[in-house]
Design a protein around this ligand. Structure first.
Ligand code: HEC
Length: 234
């Protein structure tokens, strides 16, 4: 009798163990709990979709005439997680994802964004690569990329501008003739009031980022504080 009980117990434990593992794996096949990406070096910080990736897609790809909902060139719409994931992103495999490959395409006629828009910044391309290799997850509200209103240096402002504005405001034909790839370029609109006017959507200014949602309040505060402190190059 005792023997049978012990046997039943052991048998039960084996079933439990097997079930647990059968459940865990199929839920997350692409990411394999962080090891499936393979290509991302260990120790690479987890990329946050909401704050690091979505602004790049929105400001560089989801433009009128390109891949916003109205134009949807070749069926691509890069304005939300659901739409971005619809085509040619293979979670865990950046090299096998066409959406990544066009960013590093050497042929000037085939690369994205297309000329006259500049290529994405090397740091932005790396972020997208790491994000896909980490499983192309819909991560939001991430602590690592939280905006901090006590740090209002050019470095912190530049980070916001690079993510949300630089693709239009750089290159050979920058939008509005305004180029923000240098400190001098950004300081000019900081000093004449147009930067604050545009990001706060004040009357008399064209609301920025053009065609995209307003920046987060915290990001606007960082920009305003930097302007008020004299827009230094720090
Ligand atoms: C999709 C392209 C695009 C993006 C993204 C974009 N801009 Fe612009 N921006 C433009 C164009 C086009 C103009 C010129 C239109 C005008 O002056 O009416 C412009 C004009 C401006 C102006 C002058 C506005 C005025 O009324 O004088 C400022 C300042 C500006 N942008 C800042 C920004 C900032 C800051 C961001 C990011 C937070 C940004 N832009 C993102 C396309 C863009």
């Amino acid at each position: 009798m005792k023997k049978t009980l012990v046997l039943i117990l052991i048998f039960g434990m084996i079933i439990l163990y097997a079930c647990k593992h059968a459940i865990v794996n199929p839920i997350d096949p692409g990411t394999g709990g962080g090891t499936g990406g393979g290509v991302t070096p260990p120790g690479t910080a987890e990329v946050c979709f909401e704050s690091d990736i979505l602004p790049i897609f929105r400001s560089s790809c989801a433009k009128s005439g390109c891949h916003n909902a109205a134009t949807a060139q070749e069926g691509y719409v890069f304005d939300s997680y659901a739409n971005i994931m619809k085509k040619d992103i293979k979670p865990g495999n950046a090299a096998g994802s066409k959406v990544y490959r066009v960013l590093v395409e050497e042929d000037e006629d085939d690369r994205m964004p297309r000329a006259p828009y500049p290529r994405l910044l090397p740091a932005q391309i790396t972020l997208i690569k790491d994000w896909i290799n980490q499983g192309a997850k819909n991560t939001a509200g991430c602590a690592t990329s939280a905006c901090d209103t006590t740090v209002f240096t050019y470095t912190s402002v530049k980070k916001i501008v690079d993510a949300n504005c630089i693709n239009c405001h750089s290159g050979a034909t920058p939008s509005g003739g305004l180029n923000y790839s240098t400190h001098a370029g950004l300081k000019a609109v900081a000093d004449n009031g147009r930067l604050a006017g545009a990001v706060t959507h004040s009357p008399g200014y064209t609301p920025m980022p053009m065609g995209n949602p307003k920046l987060q309040e915290c990001q606007i505060t960082v920009i305003k504080k930097w302007i008020q402190s004299g827009a230094p190059n720090n």
